[in-house]
Ligand binder design. Structure first.
Ligand SMILES: Nc1ncnc2c1ncn2[C@@H]1O[C@H](COP(=O)(O)OP(=O)(O)O)[C@@H](O)[C@H]1O
Ligand SMILES: [Mg+2]
Length: 233
């Protein structure tokens, strides 16, 4: 099923994506349009192709067919270094397990993408501290990821993803390893922060209560994207 062009301004689009891993099909003509500042929940059973779709949208893996457009650029037409630069400047990432650098403190973890984008250490660290404060984890700034709880670690990961003020945040099961109370808190803080900066969020989840934080939800099934009846709450 192809999704009709939604009209209005588009930020990021996947059009008719196809991707197989060897003989295992993962995407089979997936189309999804994301508007600026929109929070979209990508739902679907395990193995349905959600992560593959997210990785294609983010330019991490290259689809076998179809195209990904970000603003007026085709990701497939860019060089690897152009795509890496785009990911650093315009995209932020939160995964199921924070993927924080274990040797760095939480503050240094949040400052790292700012440093990679050319900020000076002092500026990067003061901005990182503001973001840790916004995510209510300023108290763990000096600790290493191994010394904080799962919920704190995910809030640090959200701070790191948002600190560069990306246009798109990709979150793949960001609460998948948390209990429901911590999961709710991470989702509330993530969506508040995204609305504050105007970032769009592509939120992969299989939990309805997580999807409830989104503006719109779509369902991935057999490598296709279906708009659900709950569109536009
Ligand atoms: N790196 C990989 N190598 C081989 N098969 C993969 C790989 N990644 C995903 N798959 C397969 O592709 C399909 C879609 O996977 P995935 O996109 O991870 O789904 P989801 O995130 O919805 O669980 C599944 O059948 C999965 O086993
Ligand atoms: Mg997945």
């Amino acid at each position: 099923m192809t999704v009709p062009h939604p009209g209005g301004q588009l930020l990021l689009s996947a059009v008719d994506l196809r991707k197989s891993y060897g003989s295992t099909p993962a995407l089979n003509g997936a189309t999804l349009h994301i508007r600026p500042g929109e929070i979209v929940a990508v739902m679907g059973a395990s193995g349905s192709g959600k992560s593959t779709l997210l990785h294609c949208l983010a330019g991490i893996i290259r689809p076998d067919g179809g195209e990904v457009r970000y603003r007026d650029r085709q990701l497939g037409a860019m060089s690897d270094s152009e795509r890496s630069a785009l990911r650093r400047s315009d995209f932020g990432f939160v995964f199921q397990f924070g993927q924080l650098v274990p040797e760095l403190t939480c503050l240094e973890n949040v400052a790292l993408p700012l440093r990679l984008n050319g900020s000076r250490r002092r500026d990067a660290e003061s901005r990182a501290m503001e973001w840790l404060t916004r995510l209510q984890v300023a108290d763990v700034a000096g600790k290493r990821p191994g010394e904080v709880s799962g919920g704190q670690g995910q809030r640090v990961a959200v701070a790191r993803a948002l600190a560069t003020e990306p246009r798109v945040v990709f979150a793949d099961e960001p609460t998948g390893a948390l209990d429901s109370l911590n999961g709710e808190q991470v989702m509330r803080l993530l969506t508040e922060a995204a609305r504050h900066t105007g970032a769009a969020v592509v939120l992969v989840t299989h939990e309805a209560r997580v999807a409830a934080y989104a503006d719109r939800e779509v369902l991935v099934r057999d490598g296709h994207v279906r708009e659900t009846l709950l569109a536009d709450r």
